[in-house]
Design a protein around this ligand. Structure first.
Ligand code: G
Ligand code: G
Ligand code: MN
Length: 263
């Protein structure tokens, strides 16, 4: 906990970016998820599975998230200034942040500092945030929606959420959990559950992003069955900003290649 506090103060935190591509046009971006990394001087890269729980328990997750938001906004503006087309960034929000009455204000302040708009972000929440009955949490979700932010439900299908929340709350997007995607080509029940999720989303007018697509078999199945977008190693791993920028320039249709700006 102390080391994490030091990390925030001494610029040891860094961000990785992973593209989400349209399944019908995999050289076009749907968005980019921002993932936090901790590069400790002695321990090396500390995985998020280790430090996110510590950050949650200690209350450091919110200051870390505000730092991430500022840095990610700065990066988005820099990429756009360089002519790169990045439609939006997906930011992971913690339940702890939703207990703060100031949450919406803090997110909007970050946007204002970088002259960005709510449409430039997608806010990823977990099923437990969606199910949280605290008035502050509910008000935050509603206010964010009212202010034009899109809300995405992360790891969908793994929590204990009640489907009734899906139509009571302003959810824009479902992120189909990696556990379904992993078993798509081998498990009839994974396929059946995925079809149900795609059908619910279509009926409710939501977008689906499949997480953890690693094989062409998974990709083709998801595309054929109407999954909007895919995020996974098949297209790109989470990458540091400079490496990700190279990926953007070489993989995407609408980016001008570095040497030939006619694009
Ligand atoms: O690549 P990956 O190992 O980054 O992420 C592991 C887990 O850590 C994911 O479930 C992801 O939601 C979580 N995580 C990564 N970055 C953040 C972040 O900035 N905020 C929160 N709350 N969780 C994050
Ligand atoms: O917040 P969320 O749980 O959605 O974070 C995405 C997580 O999924 C990160 O830990 C990221 O590194 C991981 N991930 C992204 N694509 C793949 C993939 O194709 N395979 C696997 N195993 N993990 C992935
Ligand atoms: Mn996520």
């Amino acid at each position: 906990e102390h080391a994490l506090q030091q990390a925030l103060a001494h610029q040891q935190m860094t961000l990785h970016y992973q593209p989400q591509v349209l399944s019908n046009s995999p050289h076009t971006l749907h968005g980019v998820e921002v993932l936090m990394r901790w590069n400790h001087p002695d321990w090396g890269m500390v995985p998020p599975s280790k430090f996110i729980p510590v950050a949650e328990e200690s209350g450091l997750i919110h200051p870390l998230t505000l730092w991430l938001l500022d840095e990610a906004c700065r990066q988005l503006v820099a990429w756009r200034k360089a002519g790169l087309v990045v439609p939006c960034l997906a930011i992971n929000l913690s339940g702890r942040s939703f207990h703060r009455p100031e949450l919406t204000r803090e997110i909007k302040d970050a946007l204002i500092r970088h002259r960005l708009r709510p449409a430039d972000l997608v806010l990823e929440i977990t099923e437990s945030i969606m199910m949280d009955a605290r008035p502050t949490t509910r008000t935050n979700i509603d206010t964010l929606h009212f202010d034009g932010f899109r809300v995405s439900l992360d790891d969908f299908g793994t929590g204990y959420s009640s489907l009734s929340y899906l139509h009571r709350l302003p959810i824009h997007e479902l992120k189909l959990d990696i556990s379904f995607v992993r078993d798509l080509t081998t498990s009839p029940s994974a396929r059946a559950l995925t079809l149900s999720v795609l059908s619910i989303a279509q009926t409710l007018g939501m977008v689906v992003v499949a997480e953890g697509g690693e094989t062409t078999g998974q990709y083709e199945w998801l595309q054929m069955h109407g999954c909007t977008s895919i995020q996974g190693y098949l297209f790109c791993k989470p990458l540091a900003a400079d490496v990700f920028e190279v990926w953007l320039r070489t993989q995407l249709l609408d980016q001008a290649p570095a040497s030939d700006a006619q694009g």
